[in-house]
Structures are given as C-alpha cells and as structure tokens.
Design a protein around this ligand. Sequence first.
Ligand code: SF4
Length: 354
Amino acid sequence: MVMLDRSSAEERHIEEIRKIKKEMGDKLVILAHHYQRIDIVDLGDFIGDSFELSEKAAHSREAKNIVFCGVHFMAESAAILAGPHQVVQIPDEHAGCPMADMADIHNVEKAWEEIASVIDTAAITPIVYMNSDADLKAFCGRNGGLVCTSSNAPAAFDWAFGRSEKVFFFPDQHLGRNTGNERGIPREEMIVWDPQKPFGGNSSEEIKRARIILWDGYCLVHTHFTTKHVREMRKQFPEAKIVVHPECHEEVVALSDAVGSTGYIVKYVQEAAPGSTIIVGTEINLVKRLARENPDKKVIELHDSLCTNMFKIDLKKLLWTLENIGTVNVVTVSDTIKEDARKALKRMLDLPRP
Ligand code: SF4
C-alpha cells in the first residue's frame, strides 16, 4: 500500500475527480503514461508506455471522451487513432517533448530531397519514432514508412529492411543506433544527419554506404545518464542488475544488464526475484513508483532525471479538464494529416507484438 503526503486541496481534487469519473462511467477514459505523478497514475483507467496507450486509444471506442495524461505527441497520436465521435483532451497543452521538437516537417522534407538527389528513395524506408509531431507521422505514411515506439523499434526495422536496403530514422538517434546495434549493423553503416548542415554533414559516399541514417535528436532525460553513473552504481551495489531505456547513449546500454522500453522496464522489475536489487535508468517518477510498488525488492534510480514536461500535469489541471469535458485543450489533427499519419500508425499496430 502506497502512502502519500497530500495537501487537503489535493485530497479534495482526488475526490472530485473520482466523482466525475463515476458519473461519466464508460463515456470517459483517462490514459496515463508511466512517467506521470503517482496520483495521476492512480486515477488513470489505463497506464502504459506510448505503445500500450496508443493501442488503448485505438480500441477504446465506447468512450466519447479521452483525457490523455502524457505529453502532446501522445495525445495527438490518440486523436489520430480515435473515431470521429471521440474527443481527445490533454490537461496541459504546454506539456510537449523537446526531443519531438528536434525534427520538423520542413527539415525532414529537405533532408529527404537531399537524400533523393544521392540515392533512389525506393531504397530507403522512413521510420518515425512515436515522439514526433503528426505531420512527420503523415510524411512516413505517404512515403511507405511507419511509426515505431521503443517497444517495437526492432520489429519496425525488420519490417523496413524487408522492403528496402536502408532506414531513415528520426528524431531519436540513440534509439535508432541501439536498435541498429542490436540488429548487427556495423558502425560505419550508421550515419548521423545534422539538419543544420547541407546533406546532414555527410558526403555522397557516406550516404550511399549507410544502412541507417539517424536524425541528430535526443531525449534530455535519458541522455542524462552516463557511464560514470553506471560504474558508480556497480561499485556501490555489486549484486544489482542494471536496466536502462534505449534512448540512453549506446555506451550506457553496453554497460547495463538489460535494455528495453518503459513497459519492458516495468515488467523487468515486477518479475525480478524478491530480495533483488535493480538499478533503473529512466524517468524518476516511474523509478520512485516502481520502488513503492515493489517493496520486496530494492529499486534504485541510476541517477535523478525528471521529465519536466510529463510533470506539468497535476491533479488541479486534470480536474479542470474533467470539469470542462469536451471543450478545453482539445487536441485536433487536420483530416489530410490524419489520413496519412493513420497509415503509418496502423502499420506499426500491425507489427508482431513486442
Ligand atoms: Fe520527451 Fe524524453 Fe520526456 Fe519522453 S522522457 S517526453 S522523450 S523529453
């Protein structure tokens, strides 16, 4: 049983949120990402990582209102997958993702044109990480590509390599590189595309030789972890297992015992033997919750790393959204973008399950 220190205002908010949930019944679904504050997670109807929540959004047809407690690109993906009778809202419209902002449609289309001047684009499949704006998902839908999450990146890469020689992956270079490493792609066949430089800073020869072109984007939360953190924790807890997220640097992944998506990390901790010590390299709110929910194990953060955008959503904002159901912070996507983006998301949902 998790005991939390709450103010009386927070207790009141929880009570009121529960009341609205009860009144709305099946008409309302609250989706909460694993990195949300513990109170928000407790109030969610479904908790998951971006893959699990996108599946829920695609299948929650009975709910007229979907309230997405996560960052903007997640709510946008829910809006793409939702039916015409559904309204998606986010409690704080400023909860964005800095990594998603590192790639925009203008720069990605420019890069695609430059790549097309060197190789035939039939030889390359674009894959966009879920952490991206809807127009980038639409770009992939239009160009024979797909979306992936950290849960299904290996399956998405296999799908792409079954159709073409090369992959163009954006915006997270680390997830792309770690997936390439896992698939045995040699280092010299993975290049980084810097959108500020002509041809991403690569020569024609490098582009021709590359199997994977990685956008120069990264997650501030996961690249915060260093090999020094891993070494220090190994020294302090020699018996521990270390599990990290694939948005971490490849050197950090190489020194860890396991790597996987948020959903994988949750399962890894839950399935660890009682009495074991697990060091977790991901967002701090999730690590703290895992520690509380698994009191028979020692769960410790690799280092303190908070996603300040996920943290923007709190009880007050969730209550305000529910009191203004269907009207405030509604997340919409234009029909043209929706159609192409849905193609790319559907291709992902049709991949073999992670
Ligand atoms: Fe974006 Fe990183 Fe926060 Fe996820 S943890 S929402 S990738 S900044």
